[in-house]
Design a protein around this ligand. Structure first.
Ligand code: ATP
Ligand code: MG
Length: 378
């Protein structure tokens, strides 16, 4: 028995008062993009508090849509006219497809135009199935829970729920620039930003020659695009900057200063793009460059709000998330990140702003501008 539609539920966005219709529009647009990316043609209809999608393979589509940010759950289901007789017949068919030992009906009037209350529908449809099949009703622990969502025109009948990723529809929170290294953490940070509705541009500082697009970084972008296909990736080569740092900065301070230059460049890019924040994969105390002292000094170089979504997580938790979202296997591939070349045996862990700025005065300050001019898309 093949389902003919997908019932899509969305949570938090229903709470957002005046912005609600904008949020719903974004969510519907994002679902459409994700379905098209998966070569699925489907009509998307807005009903009261839900979306109904009508693709060829509703089960597959329900699974795919459950990964769209803003969706709390999806159910493959059946659409019938909003009439008691139609509901009874379809519910019985659904029952017969799995022949459980116990069942219940869970009706939901999405619009109050339907004459019977939800409770009455539960009783009427439940009794009908019980009579026909002699099956036991169990309200607390049924083997089969038959959901019935009723609108003015239609009823949607379903038995399964795929949990959605939640969050907000990508794009509703505005633009951000995410600093993407080849490591485990920053793709997770980027995913969390996407999850909170950010329109993400990934920025990778590249140790290699201009116009290279390393497979690993491209692959990380592709993995994130599975959640929202509309993600940009920008490369900025840093060889010249690295050379300058090696020549003029004491080994101990190199990483902190390189990070500050990252921040300066990222802030400029963010301003050019009208982005509202920078996102990084930093995590308090994880490595030498991430002590609170160093993060303070690094943060001062950023001209705009910098958000570190992983600040409070343990590495174990970050790895679990990376595995869950599918970036882990790519992240652990070997890669020559620019930072590795500047990493001394004993990096500074207590950087001071004044001293750092003093060292930076020796550096050619046209390099950040030049680096930005060298940027290209991945
Ligand atoms: P990650 O696993 O994300 O590399 P990490 O724990 O290894 O993080 P660092 O290498 O110190 O930490 O990097 C801290 C953050 O700085 C990264 O999460 C990322 O946001 C940013 N970053 C580091 N290297 C680069 C790079 N080459 N290009 C862009 N951003 C970078
Ligand atoms: Mg790293």
């Amino acid at each position: 028995m093949l389902e003919d539609c997908v019932i899509v539920r969305y949570g938090e966005i229903a709470l957002k008062g005046g912005n609600r219709s904008m949020f719903e529009k974004k969510l519907s647009g994002n679902m459409k993009i994700v379905l098209e990316t998966n070569s699925i043609q489907a009509r998307i209809e807005k009903i009261s508090g839900r979306f109904i999608v009508e693709p060829k393979n509703a089960r597959e589509a329900a699974q795919i849509i459950s990964g769209v940010f803003g969706v709390t759950s999806t159910s493959p289901g059946f659409k019938v006219k909003a009439g008691l007789q139609e509901i009874k017949e379809k519910a019985l068919e659904v029952f017969n497809a799995s022949k459980p030992n116990s069942f219940r009906i869970t009706a939901n009037r999405l619009e109050k135009t339907f004459k019977e209350t939800s409770m009455e529908v539960n009783n009427i449809v439940g009794e009908f199935i019980q009579e026909k099949t002699k099956c036991r009703v169990s309200l607390k622990n049924p083997e089969l829970d038959i959901g019935v969502d009723i609108t003015k025109d239609n009823a949607y009948i379903y038995t399964e729920r795929f949990e959605g990723v939640g969050g907000l529809p990508a794009g509703v929170s505005g633009k951000v620039v995410c600093l993407l290294s080849g490591g485990i953490d920053s793709p997770v940070a980027a995913w969390l930003a996407l999850k909170r509705g950010c329109d993400v541009t990934l920025l990778h500082f590249l140790h290699e020659e201009r116009n290279k697009r390393p497979g690993k970084i491209q692959e990380l972008k592709e993995k994130l695009c599975k959640y929202h296909p509309d993600i940009k990736l920008v490369y900025i080569p840093t060889k010249e900057i690295e050379k300058e740092i090696i020549m003029k900065v004491p080994a101990k301070m190199r990483i902190v200063i390189l990070r500050r230059i990252f921040m300066k460049i990222a802030s400029k890019l963010a301003n050019e793009m009208n982005a509202r924040a920078i996102i990084t994969g930093d995590n308090i105390g994880q490595v030498a460059s991430q002590t609170l002292d160093n993060l303070n000094v690094i943060d001062k170089a950023s001209g705009i709000l910098t958000i570190r979504p992983l600040a409070g997580l343990d590495k174990r938790e970050i790895i679990d998330l990376a595995k869950k979202i599918g970036t882990y296997e790519t992240s652990i591939q070997e890669y020559k990140d620019c930072c590795n070349f500047l990493l001394p045996k004993h990096p500074e862990t207590k950087a001071k702003l004044m001293e750092t700025e003093k060292i930076e005065q020796q550096l050619d300050d046209t390099l950040t501008e030049k680096a930005l001019e060298e940027s290209y898309e991945g």
